[in-house]
Design a protein. Structure first.
Length: 373
């Protein structure tokens, strides 16, 4: 019997706003998205995940229970995807389940470091009756790499154009850039630029009690504080050369609070405007440095829906066309989930999907561990 060519992908990102799931068909020359489902994460679970980004009491117990709760949400997403398409579990070859990153410290401490995604793929296989591929990052870290970002190989496969330099910017909690060269094969660079939505969201939650700044309207009502922006941009991470990756371990509310010392008189709305500008400037600086000859910037992730942020990116990159990935045939909210479905496909075929030019690992590696149903 031929192996099914339909894969599911699940993504719960740094923003902690919910889980996106897709079903893709990889049997044709181009990846086809069959269905997309988005389910919000409960405030309680998001709070548990956020707390586990920092040291605290009884962490192992709390992490295990949070992973189980997340996987139940994953299983709900898979159930809704199957209902939406009328497919049975046997029609799906595997689920690519990334898990929730709570610590990311590649090359730190002992030269190897670690990356930790809360997940329980065995439970997900049990609940869905479908093979699960998980733990995508640790093999790359073991090989001396950053373990992130992992989506550039997928960006290359869906957005790459022979003879053209294409630049893709994923703005989730953290922003990451992919530069796909005109030769396509082995001509890809990717890395984390810095904060995407993570600081903007945290500031919104603290001052407005809402999870994010819808369309960037609050930031658009404020004024950028140039002095604060200068202090924020002094963060050494922005000066590091690729390959590099980051996460909430660095960019979090404590990082922001420390840099707001001396700026207590800045109105909250102006801080929000400045945080939005920080994301725009950091990303635009990297685009100019690494992709100066690119004519278009394809933006995906939740940040693509931030109208004000997109406008600021266009202002800083006047010679480029800044556009949503929707224009490339893949809506912004589906890209990362589709990427992990595609990575699961590559794992089952025992094909590498890591790029040494992106992560800095010692070589290409097969990513992910398989948990049979």
């Amino acid at each position: 019997m031929a192996m099914p060519e339909i894969f599911a992908g699940l993504m719960s990102g740094t923003s902690l706003d919910g889980v996106d799931g897709v079903l893709i068909d990889v049997s044709g020359p181009n990846i086809a998205v069959l269905a997309h489902v988005s389910v919000p994460m409960s405030t309680a679970l998001a709070g548990d995940m956020l707390a586990l980004n920092s040291a605290g009491p009884n962490e192992l117990h709390r992490a295990a229970l949070a992973a189980n709760a997340l996987v139940r949400l994953y299983a709900q997403v898979i159930s809704e995807l199957l209902d939406k398409t009328g497919l049975s579990p046997t029609a799906v070859a595997a689920i690519g389940a990334h898990g929730q990153t709570v610590r990311h410290q590649p090359r730190a401490f002992d030269g190897i470091g670690y990356t930790l995604q809360l997940n329980n793929p065995a439970l997900l296989a049990e609940l869905t009756g479908i093979d699960v591929v998980a733990d995508f990052r640790s093999r790359d870290v073991a090989a001396g790499g950053q373990g992130a970002p992992l989506v550039p190989a997928f960006h290359q496969s869906v957005f790459g154009v022979l003879g053209e330099t294409v630049t893709t910017l994923n703005i989730g909690g953290i922003s990451n850039l992919t530069v796909i060269g005109p030769e396509l094969a082995d001509d890809v660079l990717g890395f984390d630029c810095g904060p995407g939505n993570v600081l903007m969201n945290a500031w919104c939650q603290h001052h407005l009690g809402v999870p994010f700044d819808a369309e960037g309207s609050w930031a658009a009502a404020g004024n950028i504080d140039s002095g604060l922006l200068e202090v924020l941009l002094e963060e050494p991470y922005f000066m590091r050369l690729a390959p590099k990756s980051t996460g909430r371990d660095l960019f979090n509310i404590d990082w922001l609070t420390g840099r707001l010392e001396g700026f207590r008189s800045v109105a909250p709305v102006d801080v929000q405007a400045t945080l939005t500008e920080l994301t725009a400037v950091a990303c635009a600086n990297d685009v100019r440095h690494y992709a100066a000859n690119s004519q278009r910037l394809i933006v995906c992730g939740g940040g693509a829906f931030n109208v004000h942020l997109m406008s600021r990116l266009q202002t800083h990159l006047p010679s480029m066309s800044v556009q949503s990935s929707e224009a490339g045939g893949l809506p912004p909210q589906q890209v990362e989930a589709a990427a992990f479905a595609w990575l699961a496909h590559k794992t089952l075929r025992r094909e590498s999907a890591s790029l040494q030019s992106v992560t800095g690992a010692q070589g290409a590696r097969i990513l992910g561990a398989v948990y049979p149903a």
